[in-house]
Design a protein around this ligand. Structure first.
Ligand SMILES: O=P(O)(O)O[C@@H]1C[C@H](O)[C@@H](CO)O1
Ligand SMILES: Nc1nc2[nH]cnc2c(=O)[nH]1
Length: 306
């Protein structure tokens, strides 16, 4: 950690060395940081402890700068995150969050691309996450597992308050101030799965039955580290696709038997999702996400821990 912080002190101008807000850009959402002023980019390759993002739509740089109107808020944005499915250790996935904490970040805005499980969520909706289901955490893949390296951090971290109510409300205030239509935003629960495979229909049904609204392959490890470090957390999921969950299975035996009986049938073609589709939606809705985040920064109270 000391080596990373020292490198950053050498690469980032002094006035940007104490960002107030950290931002993590999800798949295809690095444009979020396009409006940073006085921006300075630091490649992950220059930072000891950082790994590389290997996923299309994720760059590998930290961007420092001022965001929002007026004087602006000093922020640090990860243009490209790390996922366990890339082969990165969980400790590497959350390392940038720990660095942000050491630089003084008190609020973190984490974005991601996610598939909709809730049939009421349409593609393009931004979901303000208020809870999560993390099957990997529940089954032993938790970034906080292991010896406590910093005794000042809590051993048993509560998560019932993981998603800041104040920050969530600010998103709706921001949307209201920007006259964003009501249906563009929703609230929901994010299910974290390891990926890199997308869900089968049965898995989608299972996660929906468990109460998840959207599903993705990131975010929760970062949320855990950020909460452990005492940050206020806001998570925004962009719905890039629907997880296809047919109400019932249409039997191939029935289809076959109808065919040989000469009865005409509708052949089922299973829909599939692709990362290209995910990235395309990120590009399409990138501006909306950017305006929302900028407005949240404008509204952030300046006189509190926030
Ligand atoms: O980094 P995020 O969670 O935004 O990326 C999502 C999950 C996978 O990495 C990828 C699948 O298309 O997009
Ligand atoms: N697991 C998962 N991650 C996603 N990221 C974007 N879309 C999806 C999806 O449908 N499933």
């Amino acid at each position: 950690m000391d080596a990373t912080l020292q490198a950053l002190r050498g690469l980032v101008p002094r006035e940007l060395q104490n960002p107030r807000v950290g931002i993590i850009c999800g798949s295809g959402l690095s444009g979020l940081a396009a409006s940073l002023r006085q921006s300075v980019l630091v490649s992950y390759a220059e930072l000891p402890g950082f790994v590389q993002s290997t996923v299309p739509g994720h760059k590998s740089s930290l961007a420092f700068g001022l965001m929002g109107s007026g004087a602006g808020v000093p922020v640090v944005a990860m243009l490209g995150r790390f996922h366990p499915y890339e082969g990165h250790k969980l400790s590497s996935v959350v390392y940038p969050v720990r660095v942000m904490a050491k630089m003084g970040v008190k609020n973190i805005i984490i974005t991601n691309a996610a598939g909709a499980l809730n049939p009421e969520l349409t593609v393009g909706t931004i979901v303000v996450v208020h809870d999560h289901i993390a099957l990997p955490n529940l089954t032993g893949m938790n970034p906080l597992l292991g010896p406590q390296t910093d005794p000042s951090l809590p051993r048993f971290l509560p998560l019932s308050d993981a998603y800041s109510r104040l920050l969530r409300k600010l998103v709706f205030r921001a949307a209201h101030d920007l006259s964003i239509e009501r249906d563009a935003l929703a609230e929901g629960t994010y299910a974290w799965v390891s990926g890199p495979t997308y869900e089968t229909a049965a898995e989608g049904r299972f996660l929906r039955a468990a109460g998840a609204d959207v599903v993705g392959m990131s975010t929760v490890p970062e949320v855990l580290a950020a909460r452990e470090e005492g940050m206020n957390v806001l998570v925004l999921s962009l719905v890039t696709n629907a997880v296809v969950i047919p109400a019932s299975y249409q039997s191939v035996r029935d289809e076959f038997e109808a065919e040989i009986a000469g009865v005409s049938t509708k052949t089922v073609v299973e829909e599939v999702v692709s990362h290209e589709e995910v990235l395309a939606l990120g590009r399409l809705k990138g501006d909306l996400m950017k305006s929302l985040v900028e407005k949240v920064l404008d509204l952030l109270p300046s006189n509190t821990q926030q």
